[in-house]
Design a protein around this ligand. Structure first.
Ligand code: SF4
Length: 308
């Protein structure tokens, strides 16, 4: 049974990704209103060894016997850089597998001593930034009390100065919360000074941690992209739906534990799962439902599959 490695995740940004979760479920220093993993009971601020990395290595080598990912991605249902062994594990992956490494981070630890040095062997870092003002940071991210938006802004600048790989910054837009004209101007002023390879606008694709939030429409994301571009920010794009299904098709029941671990991180839509499981998805789900391993739920005009 897999506990830390999950996938193959059909990532909208990285193609086929094999995920590694370096913390226990929902171990995060933020409690974002849009979090697809649901709300946290508490937030964590310490960097420590949350999981046994020798077990992670064993799981990864086993999963790589069946899955050929575009990236091995440190992400999951919490903040991966809270694990203080992340640097050692990235180095181990680079030395023991032929795969590229991506790190998805909420950016909160980047200004802490040594964190950027630990991430330097990753090929891609995808940090996120949801707010520039302290007020919006509290509203969007509901952080641990030790965290400030200004520290995140400083950490991202440090990353763009010191890290030599590619950086794609994600800005997650929640309609009516962080897309006010005032906040967008602050974003534009900040992003103009930040050197990254791309700015990716994203919005809610699945239910978040609170029920009242709304995704931004595609038209609104286009307006925001034009607004940023008019202010000299380059490489702004709207994240598109995942397309490369052929690479994902053909995974069968032998990868069930990996797929169930993926579903334990967050719900997936039927469309996404069809890409992973292939045309026999419905037959496969019937079996898993009969075995009480998953359930299908209808929410926001879409069917989602959740692990039980
Ligand atoms: S969205 Fe990411 S950063 Fe925010 S609470 Fe969830 S796991 Fe943490």
């Amino acid at each position: 049974m897999y506990k830390y490695v999950f996938g193959p995740v059909p990532s909208r940004r990285l193609g086929v990704s094999l995920g590694i979760d370096l913390v226990e479920a929902k171990t995060c220093n933020l409690n974002c209103i849009y979090c697809e993993c649901g709300g946290n009971a508490r937030t964590y601020s310490e960097r420590c060894d949350y999981v046994d990395i020798e077990v992670v290595k064993e799981e990864l080598l086993k999963a790589l016997e069946d899955v050929t990912p575009d990236y091995i991605t440190f992400s999951g249902s919490g903040e991966p850089t809270l694990n203080k062994s992340i640097g050692k594990l990235i180095q181990w992956v680079k030395e023991n597998t032929p795969h590229k490494v991506a790190v998805i981070t909420n950016s909160t630890t980047l200004n802490m001593e040594g964190v950027i040095e630990e991430l330097k062997m990753a090929d891609v870092i995808m940090p996120s930034l949801d707010a520039v003002s302290e007020e919006n940071f509290l509203q969007m991210n509901r952080p641990h009390p030790t965290l400030k938006a200004s520290d995140i802004l400083e950490g991202l600048k440090k990353l763009s100065r010191e890290y030599e790989g590619r950086i794609y910054l994600e800005v997650f837009i929640t309609a009516g919360v962080n897309d006010t004209q005032e906040e967008l101007k602050k974003f534009a002023d900040y992003l103009k000074e930040l050197k990254v390879d791309g700015v990716q606008l994203n919005t809610l694709a699945r239910p978040g941690a609170v029920g009242w939030i709304k995704p931004a429409t595609f038209e609104r994301l286009e307006e925001i992209r034009s607004y940023f571009e008019d202010r000299g920010i380059e490489g702004v794009e709207i994240i598109k739906k995942y397309k490369r299904r052929s690479q994902l098709a053909g995974y069968s029941r032998k990868n069930e534990s990996l797929i169930l671990n993926m579903l334990s991180k967050r719900p997936y839509t039927l469309e996404e799962l069809e890409g992973v499981v292939g045309k026999d998805l419905h037959k496969y789900l019937e079996i898993l439902e009969a075995e009480n391993k998953v359930k299908s739920v209808y929410r926001d005009e879409e069917f989602y599959v959740e692990k039980l």
